[in-house]
Design a protein around this ligand. Sequence first.
Ligand SMILES: [Zn+2]
Ligand SMILES: [Zn+2]
Length: 244
Amino acid sequence: MQLRFIGCGDALGSGGRGNTCFHVTGDDVNFLIDCGASSLPALKRFDVARDGIDLILITHFHGDHFGGLPFFRLDAQFTRRTRPLVIAGPQGIETRLAQLMEAMFEHSSKTKQRFDLSVVALNPEQSRSFGAIKVTPYPVVHGESGGPFLAYRIEAEGRVIAYSADTEWTEALIPAARDSDLFIAEAYMYDKVVKNHLSLKTLEQHLPAIGAKRLVLTHMSDDVLSRLDDIEHLAAEDGMVLVF
Ligand SMILES: [Zn+2]
Ligand SMILES: [Zn+2]
């Protein structure tokens, strides 16, 4: 399987990075994890065939994680997509997505799609399968608005990918990412502990308990980006491809 970072930036585009969007492909799977506001132009820049994507998993309702969905849907409509699409995310996703569509393109939420679109709400710690992909959401901690907030443990083709989503440290990240082949963790701050986001130094304390085979840092603010030369972990970059 491979994962390409379509966007690995924070909400503010720190370092010129795009908003969060990861593209995972394998023999039997083709899906996105998050679809932040800048995702559609980035998918086009990296020449990703959008009509091959079966599933978009959304971690929470902040614009840098789900603000790209209206553009993705409109692009699918205008390019005459026929392949069914599933968009899955936290409880409330159907309403939040319709509100977002209306705010950005009036009446667009009511346009009849040429393709089958399913919008599926996921519950914490209730696994759900989408074709060859098994998804287990875990509740994470990211403030008062834009939730519920879900980290994901994703199993497919004998591999486990875990993504922390945006969160301050929470013990839920241990079962979410335990022994995973690839753990994508937000590292918004270097050592300063702030509300709603994770600092690298806090994350490092818990890495032995998590035991992930590979760690990649994402959603880095300028605070972390300015120290990348001194950080021993792999840091995501837009366009980076990992094979695992
Ligand atoms: Zn974010
Ligand atoms: Zn967020």
